[in-house]
Write a protein of this length. Structure first.
Length: 267
């Protein structure tokens, strides 16, 4: 009986050991992505990639940790869901070496109308909800400044907070909330600054969208969503084909016509 158990264990070990490991040099390209808009954009690349002789698989994720761990472990050839600041922080925290190969799109913050009037007649003391995390708080303040509603200390860049408002002629009440909660709470505010991904997932009406971040802004350049690969694989054939597929003109056209300004192609 003991010999039988040992034999079974050896067979199991051999089976696991012989299991085929994904390789970036095979003819199968595996890319991890979050669903909207990343996986949807990747799906448009399928015919181009398959025409190049590759089998193409999109693996969808609902979190921001597993796609990078799977890439580092070799289960993915690339992923598409994050911006460079997040990737940099992830590499530092997890001792990984992942690199960006392409900036594809930008998900701008938008100013949405709740109870308020059109911006041309914005009322004194209007209440505006903005994201409370450091990055998106600064972006929201820059958007309000871009619209001429407030002035901020521009030297703070994307580190600006409510304390860096230098002029507020309408005495606007800027209230910081959890970013994901703003769409559902917009009915209780005059205006709300909402992330593009949360606007998409919440189904908020585009008729309430008043303005978005400038696609040539510092935020657009910094927070563009990228394709990442394991460092050293940047010039592999599979990755170069993926880059070619994502830089087709039809991809930019799809982004512009499908997401109505909530997602913008990187120029």
């Amino acid at each position: 009986m003991k010999k039988l158990l040992i034999a079974i264990c050896l067979v199991c070990l051999l089976t696991v050991g012989c299991a085929k490991k994904n390789s970036i040099d095979d003819k199968k390209l595996i890319v991890g992505a979050t669903t909207t808009p990343h996986a949807e954009i990747l799906e448009l690349c399928r015919s181009y990639i398959e025409a190049a002789g590759y089998e193409f698989e999109i693996v969808e994720y609902t979190d921001y940790v597993l796609p990078n761990l799977s890439l580092w472990n070799g289960d993915l050839d690339a992923n598409f869901f994050q911006h460079q600041p997040y990737l940099t922080q992830f590499n530092e925290s997890n001792h990984t070496q992942l690199s960006s190969v392409l900036a594809v799109h930008f998900e701008p913050l938008g100013l949405y109308r709740g109870l308020g009037e059109p911006l041309a007649t914005i009322a004194e003391g209007s209440r505006i909800a903005i994201p409370n995390d450091a990055t998106n708080c600064a972006r929201a303040l820059h958007l309000l400044s871009q619209l001429g509603l407030i002035d901020i200390n521009t030297s703070k860049g994307l580190l600006a907070t409510e304390n860096d408002i230098t002029s507020n002629p309408k005495n606007l009440q800027v209230i910081a909330l959890e970013a994901a909660s703003i769409p559902s709470q917009l009915v209780g505010f005059d205006y709300g600054v909402i992330n593009g991904n949360y606007a998409l997932s919440s189904g908020i009406s585009l008729t309430s969208l008043l303005a978005t971040e400038n696609p040539e802004s510092l935020a657009a350049d910094t927070y563009a969503n990228i394709v990442a690969v394991k460092t050293g694989n940047e010039n592999k054939e599979a990755i170069l084909i993926l880059i070619e597929a994502l830089t087709q003109e039809l991809i930019a056209e799809y982004i512009l016509t499908t997401y109505h300004g909530l997602v913008l192609p990187v120029e």
